[in-house]
Ligand binder design. Structure first.
Ligand SMILES: Cc1cc2nc3c(=O)[nH]c(=O)nc-3n(C[C@H](O)[C@H](O)[C@H](O)COP(=O)(O)O)c2cc1C
Length: 347
């Protein structure tokens, strides 16, 4: 059998395997390798300046002439003057951790503003990238601009209501992502969400959240999805630009090694469980909304992240990490996922 579904024709690819856009992780080497292997790699552009994004897009094109995508985080509720406002006070109960990062370098990522997202989108469209993916909301103006430029749009959704809304707005496909996933998540599991979204919309659906092997890809297809959107599994590959400590930690943790916490970004996000997330336990009332929570802990988290301090910093990671035990090349992983999925479906 061959693992081919209608979404392969929609995007002009061979295999329905998508390497999820992960900020700082799915950059040109990984996105390009996955597309070259017949899947579709998506640059995680969240933290790129417009110039950096243009360089990443061109670097993918030096690796392959096959289709690829750009993933943007378009914040709907962030004030444009966020950089000019006062930084909220650093939490006292974390003060003893600050000496641990003293002297470490680590510039904070640029503030996630609508202005930045618009500039990233402009570059994506100028460069004629075939696919744009957006999470945390996909505004109508973005869909219109993409379609006018000939770029297809996919949106990540965490419930049926969002999926219906995205279909109404005209996106080309939705990614139904369960709460097993790494990064920002909703409340519904992949097993429940995928068939519910498949039943609710007519556009193609990808399954996401907790897919780390061919059995997971096959399960998504059996639930009615046309392919798999895979993040965490691709962090533990040779080409991923994740910190080595993050890659290593993924090989070590079990299925309970992650936690959903608002302590880094202000929105629920699945990350490696560590000292930082533990310290915030029982302190929900003290959390600030996005973007203030991140800005407030930046002096600790930014240097810790740059140094690969998985015990302190924000390392988005899905529950599926518990089943990841090796670090293949991206092309080997794509081939393995397909081989395993075909075998599972034949059984
Ligand atoms: C390290 C990491 C970084 C991520 N960064 C982003 C991001 O910048 N933008 C985004 O839309 N999703 C981001 N995500 C979510 C992924 O795109 C994807 O939806 C998710 O990883 C799928 O679930 P899985 O990790 O169980 O495969 C990130 C996920 C991880 C693990």
């Amino acid at each position: 059998m061959t693992l081919r579904t209608p979404i392969c024709d929609l995007f002009g690819i061979e295999l329905p395997i998508f390497a999820a856009g992960m900020g700082g992780v799915t950059m040109a080497p990984l996105a390009g390798a996955v597309s070259a292997a017949g899947g579709l790699g998506v640059i995680g552009a969240t933290f790129c300046t417009p110039d950096e994004l243009r360089a990443e897009i061109r670097a993918v094109r030096r690796i392959t002439d096959r289709p690829f995508g750009v993933d943007l985080l378009v914040p709907g509720d962030i004030p444009p003057d966020v950089g000019a406002r006062a930084v909220p006070p650093f939490p006292e109960f974390l003060a003893d951790l600050l000496p641990e990062v003293a002297g470490l370098a680590g510039a904070p990522p640029p503030p996630l503003t609508l202005e930045l997202a618009k500039a990233q989108l402009a570059v994506t469209l100028e460069e004629k990238v075939p696919l744009l993916v957006s999470a945390l909301g996909t505004p109508p103006w973005l869909i219109d601009q993409c379609h006018r430029a000939g770029t297809r749009v996919m949106s990540i959704v965490g419930n049926v209501r969002q999926a219906r809304r995205m279909e109404e707005l005209g996106v080309d496909a939705v990614i139904a992502q369960g709460m097993e996933a790494g990064g920002h998540v909703g409340n519904v599991t992949t097993m429940v969400l995928v068939p519910a979204v498949v039943d609710a919309v007519r556009i193609p659906v990808l399954a996401a959240g907790g897919i780390v092997d061919g059995r997971g890809v096959a399960a998504g297809l059996v639930l009615g999805a046309q392919g798999a959107w895979i993040g965490t599994r691709f962090i533990a590959t040779v080409e991923a630009t994740a910190h080595e400590n993050h890659k290593r930690r993924i090989l070590e943790v079990d299925e309970e090694g992650t936690v959903v916490s608002r302590s880094y970004t202000g929105k629920p996000s699945r990350v490696l469980r560590n000292t930082f997330t533990d310290r915030w336990k029982g302190r929900d009332a003290e959390l600030l909304p996005m973007p203030w929570q991140r800005i407030r802990v930046e002096s600790l988290v930014a240097p810790a992240k740059a140094a690969g301090r998985v015990d302190i910093a924000n390392f988005p990671t899905g529950q599926g990490a518990g089943a990841i035990r090796d670090m293949p090349t991206a092309a080997d992983l794509v081939r393995r996922l397909v081989r395993e999925a075909e075998a599972a479906l034949c059984r």
